[in-house]
Design a protein around this ligand. Structure first.
Ligand SMILES: O=c1ccn([C@@H]2O[C@H](COP(=O)(O)O)[C@@H](O)[C@H]2O)c(=O)[nH]1
Length: 270
C-alpha cells in the first residue's frame, strides 16, 4: 500500500483527519532520556486519534546523533501503531544535492513515508524527490503557502498558485483510481482559511498537509474547504497543542488529540 493509500485508509477507518506533530523541545525536559520517553509516550497516547504523525526533523537534528537514533525509534513505533510518517524537513537544493536528500529521507535508514520539500530552487529540483517518493510508495508535500505570517514576503504575487499548478501537473502524471491521491502533495497553512478552497480546486488529486492548528491560531472548524466530500484529501497538523497540551501531561496530550480529531470531524459534519 502506498503512503497516500495508507493515509486515506486510516482516515476513513479511524475517522480522523488529524496529523500529530512531534516537535520535542530539549528545554522542556530534564535530560535526553526524559525527552525520549515523553515523545514516545505522546506518540502512543495520541495515535488512536491520529491519521498520521509528523516528526519535525529540526528538533531531532538539534539533539545530534541521539536525535537520529530517537527519530528511528519514533518511525519504528509509528509503524507498529499503523501511523504513516511525514518527515517535516523542508528539504530542497540543486538537483544533485536534492537527490542525496531524497535518497536519505525517502529511502535511507532514517526514511519516512513522506517528506516536506521546499520548491524555492525551482521546479526541476523537485524531480529527485518525486522520483524517490514514487519508487518507494511514498509521497512529498511541497511547500505551497506556509502557515507563518512572513510567508507573504516571498509567497505572494501568485507564487503559491504557480507552485500549486505545477504540483497538479505532476500529480496528473500518475494513474490513479477514483478516490486515490497522487504522491505529490502540498503544504498549505491551516491559518489561510480564505485560500483553502482555491488550493483544493487547483490541486484536485494532491493530498494537503495543513499545519498551524492550535498554537498558531488555526481552528479546526475553519478547515472544511480543504477536504473532499467524505472528509478525505487533507490532514490538519498540530504539534505543541498536542505534545505540550498541558505541560508534559501525557493524558492531556491524549485528550487534546481526541478533541482536535472531533472538532475536525464536526466541521465536516462527519
Ligand atoms: O507552513 C508550515 C509548515 C510546517 N510547519 C511546521 O509544523 C509545526 C507546527 O507546530 P505547532 O506547534 O503546531 O505550531 C512545526 O514543526 C513547523 O515547523 C508550520 O508550522 N508551518
Amino acid at each position: 500500500m502506498t503512503f497516500t493509500q495508507a493515509l486515506t485508509d486510516r482516515t476513513l477507518r479511524l475517522n480522523t483527519r488529524l496529523c500529530v506533530g512531534l516537535d520535542p523541545r530539549a528545554g522542556a525536559y530534564r535530560d535526553a532520556a526524559h525527552l525520549r520517553a515523553h515523545t514516545l509516550e505522546v506518540l502512543e497516547a495520541a495515535a488512536p486519534s491520529a491519521a498520521c504523525v509528523k516528526p519535525q526533523l529540526a528538533f531531532f537534528e538539534a539533539l545530534g546523533l541521539p536525535g537520529f537514533a530517537l527519530l528511528e525509534e519514533v518511525c519504528a513505533a509509528a509503524r507498529t501503531l499503523g501511523l504513516p510518517v511525514i518527515l517535516d524537513g523542508k528539504r530542497g537544493d540543486i538537483g544533485s544535492t536534492a537527490a542525496a536528500y531524497a535518497q536519505g529521507w525517502l529511502g535511507g535508514p532514517h526514511a519516512g513515508d513522506a517528506l516536506t520539500v521546499n520548491p524555492f530552487l525551482g521546479f526541476g529540483t523537485l524531480t529527485p524527490f518525486v522520483e524517490a517518493a514514487r519508487a518507494n510508495g511514498g509521497a512529498v508535500f511541497v511547500l505551497v503557502k506556509t502557515s507563518n505570517p512572513d510567508q507573504a514576503d516571498l509567497q505572494g504575487q501568485g507564487v503559491s498558485e504557480r507552485i500549486a499548478v505545477e504540483l497538479a501537473r505532476l500529480g496528473a502524471e500518475e494513474r490513479l483510481e477514483a478516490g486515490e491521491y497522487a504522491s505529490v502533495g502540498a503544504v498549505v497553512g491551516a491559518t489561510h482559511t480564505g485560500d483553502l478552497a482555491t488550493f483544493r480546486a487547483l490541486m484536485p488529486r494532491a493530498p494537503l498537509l495543513l499545519p498551524g492548528l492550535g498554537a498558531q491560531g488555526a481552528k479546526a472548524g475553519d478547515l472544511a474547504a480543504a477536504f473532499h466530500p467524505g472528509g478525505t484529501g487533507a490532514v490538519a497538523s498540530a504539534s505543541r497543542a498536542v505534545q505540550y497540551a498541558s505541560g508534559l501531561d501525557v493524558g492531556a496530550a491524549r485528550d487534546a488529540a481526541r478533541t482536535l480529531r472531533d472538532e475536525l470531524n464536526a466541521a465536516l459534519g462527519i
